[in-house]
Design a protein around this ligand. Structure first.
Ligand code: FES
Length: 580
């Protein structure tokens, strides 16, 4: 016969003891119902309870393998003497959800936060993959601040199509071009469609998902080398099992998120992101994460810290290779070791070692994929933060993905009031536009769309594509997919829907972009700007009820990370009321 659990000193050390460690009625209730899953008494003996926060969903194809991976994590937790309990949270499937997953990032973060706090957990493993599943779960976990580590689900194997490597995401942006310019048939596109997604995992370009995986590794929240391991590589399971073992120790050591996520860790992430040519979405998500954990990170920090960092990773969308190649070349540890002169090498990571100790001297197996600091792919990478009357709180551009000839440019604005307006008119042969023009797209910001979709890198007009034009300046208050490239100014803040200057741009206005001078200017007089501002009517709100109304009422602007004002910061792990 099994013995009833008694209160022990081990119980008192763990947060979960408040649920499982008591001999009273509620201790009975908390243990008894869980016992219907067949756990023996000693699972309630004070061992660390580890929550495996799973973003698995069949509607999130990039995370479709995470259920299997969770079982491997459990192996590790049990081996180390922990009690694993897997739970689901809102999963955000980038390619399927409408109108945009970004509308729901904060909702998923709320779900994660409340799920962690409300339950008897001593440590948390975040199982993530697709773009928003990493920042949303991490934002939520930060607001609770338990010992937490991340297991990135890993990229898909390289896409293959007609003997060539194909980057997921990147091909999407070429479908119009391939169809018009290279006369691809529907069958050609169908063949590419299958060849580009041939294994479990997330996008295998250095898009947002890969960027987020590298971000959490650079922040010190994964075991070393975790980010680039392909989803279907057996070493992904090894890493998951070792992570399961490690989180049990972290719970015992009370190595909380706030001990790892210091100001130095955020600076390290900015530096690494520049060197890998990471997605512009990195900016908005890192700002939001910093806001949750209480680190004072500003938009300007991304430029000041990251924009002089050399580009080391030769990865699509800007470069040549894909994540599978990146892993075989040595992965993120090689990049981190090359960057040691820039990094805070003593920043603590979740395995208890410093970032420098973890990435001491890894071997690079292919310097065409990961260059050395002495011979980088490009001398300066990172994100440039623009200021000017068109973006008083800032806007960003990724110079490594932009056309050098357009980095200083003055052009005539061609304005689209909404994304629907853009779709209706962009391919109209009568549209008065040429390659020197600046495409301006309004009302795709956090409030205006709402949810700030990835539409900033709009396709060029068909008539200019046929002429051989492949890039033009595009400006919007929206975001851009991490798998896209081009001379695209994004995250204009304040956005047009709340009365930012973008709202007052008219067709024919001249716009000046000067990336070196960090300037974005609408060339009209202050008097004319004031006149247009006074005559402006804000757009009708996009929702009157439900979560979307909550989002519109509380979402902050892009330069603050587009989190909700009521969600910034944290409330710790203490439950405010219980039934006793
Ligand atoms: Fe999920 Fe790209 S669509 S990572």
């Amino acid at each position: 016969m099994e013995k009833r659990t008694d209160e022990t000193s081990a119980h008192k050390e763990m947060r979960s003891a408040d649920w499982f460690g008591k001999s009273d009625k509620m201790g009975f209730v908390h243990r008894s119902w869980l016992r219907n899953q067949g756990y023996p008494s000693d699972y309630f003996d004070g061992r660390p309870v580890i929550g495996i926060c799973n973003t698995w969903s069949e509607l999130t194809p990039c995370n479709g393998h995470l259920r299997e991976l969770a079982e491997v994590v459990k192996r590790g937790v049990i081996e180390a003497g922990g009690f694993p309990l897997e739970f689901p949270v809102t999963s955000l499937g980038e390619t399927i959800m409408r109108p945009t997953t970004m509308l729901f990032r904060n909702l998923a973060a709320m779900d994660t936060e409340e799920s962690i706090r409300a339950n008897p957990l001593d440590g948390v493993v975040l199982l993530t993959g697709c773009d928003k599943t990493t920042p949303s779960t991490l934002m939520g976990a930060c607001s609770v601040d338990l010992p937490t580590l991340v297991i990135p689900g890993g990229p898909m194997l390289n896409g293959r199509f007609r003997g060539e490597c194909l980057g997921s995401g990147s091909f999407n942006w070429m479908v119009k071009e391939k169809t018009i310019v290279e006369s691809y048939s529907a069958e050609d596109i169908l063949e590419a469609e299958i060849g580009v997604a041939r294994s479990a995992g997330h996008c295998m370009t250095m898009g947002t998902a890969s960027t987020m995986a590298c971000m959490v590794e650079a922040l010190g929240l994964t075991l070393p080398g975790a980010a680039a391991i392909p989803a279907v590589d057996a070493r992904k399971k090894v890493m998951a099992q070792l992570s399961g073992r490690r989180i049990v120790q972290m719970a015992k050591e009370n190595l909380k998120l706030s001990k790892v996520l210091t100001r130095e860790a955020f600076e390290n992430a900015i530096i690494v992101n520049a060197a890998i040519g990471g997605s512009t979405n990195f900016v908005i998500h890192l700002l939001a994460i910093a806001g949750r954990i209480g680190v004072n990170l500003q938009l300007e920090d991304f430029d000041r810290i990251g924009s002089k960092i050399p580009l080391l990773a030769n990865l699509k969308p800007a470069g040549k290779y894909l994540m599978e190649d990146f892993y075989y070349a040595g992965g993120l540890p090689v990049v981190i070791s090359q960057l040691k002169q820039y990094l805070h090498n003593d920043a603590v990571t979740i395995n208890g070692q410093s970032l420098g100790e973890n990435n001491h001297a890894p071997v690079c197996y292919n310097q065409d994929v990961i260059a050395t600091i002495d011979k980088p792919v490009q001398q300066q990478a990172g994100i440039a933060v623009l200021k000017g009357n068109l973006c008083e709180q800032g806007a960003i551009i990724k110079p490594s993905a932009a056309n050098k000839e357009l980095m200083q440019h003055r052009g005539r604005a061609v304005v689209f009031d909404t994304i629907e307006d853009y779709h209706a008119r962009i391919d109209d042969p009568q549209l008065d536009i040429d390659e020197a023009c600046v495409i301006v797209l309004k009302n795709v910001g956090p409030v205006g769309y709402p949810g700030m979709p990835e539409v900033g890198n709009v396709d060029l007009p068909e008539k200019l594509l046929r002429k051989g034009i492949r890039d033009m300046i595009r400006i919007s208050d929206g975001r851009m997919s991490g798998t896209a490239a081009g001379t695209v100014v994004l995250h204009v803040s304040p956005e047009s829907a709340v009365g930012g200057t973008l709202a007052f741009v008219h067709d024919g206005d001249m716009i000046e972009l000067d990336v070196a001078g960090r300037r974005l200017h609408l060339d009209i007089t202050d008097e004319e700007l004031a006149r247009r501002r006074a005559a402006w009517q804000p757009p009708e709100p996009m929702a009157e009820r439900g979560y979307v109304k909550l989002h519109i009422d509380h979402v902050q602007q892009a330069h603050l990370g587009a989190d909700m004002d009521v969600l910034r910061g944290g409330s710790g792990s203490k439950v405010t009321r219980d039934l006793h």
